[in-house]
Write a protein that binds this ligand. Sequence first.
Ligand SMILES: [Zn+2]
Length: 209
Amino acid sequence: MSLQLFKSDVLFTQRILAVSGYYKGPLNAKWTAAVDQAEFAFDADSDKLATELGTFDKRSERNIETLLPAAQRLARQFLNAASTFPYSVRIISGTRTYLEQDALFAIGRTTQLNKKPVTKAKGGQSNHNFSIAWDVGIFDTTGKYFTGATKKEEKAYSDLAGHIAKAVDGLEWGGNWSGFPDMPHYQVATDKSLKKIRTLFEEGKPFLP
Ligand SMILES: [Zn+2]
């Protein structure tokens, strides 16, 4: 069950349930009956979206379930559109709690020093922390994962973005970012800055159009 993933971070779960309109109680990191009920309603609506728009591979499903329902709808539309792309496409990353983002940020900096840093964002600095973003992986027919390291693989990621843009509205592609293009990254388009979204998320207020 979706948000059970974040049960160790109750405040984070409360915020997700509050910004999506399921929870009206205090943001106090306490798991109460009201939180439980909100989570139940969230899951029921997530199931409805799956019935309406179809289900996909297990990994994609696990990640989709971590998104706000409005983002789940777009993610399922995204995978439906991707089903006619020449390569296979999966959602390999979804929501991360602030703590999970901090752990990712630490890689190559203070932990796993044999690796290069994998993100520029600390907890609260990525749209993955607000339940509206996902990363995709492209795989060939043998199951080989495209890291994007070669020209051919990079082209596959940008071709996918073009393919998706024709079919799904309301998405922003990380490959279009000027400073640091992020080709596997997609998120719900909003009219707000990341800083504003962060404030609203932490206050439990809605921020999607
Ligand atoms: Zn991303």
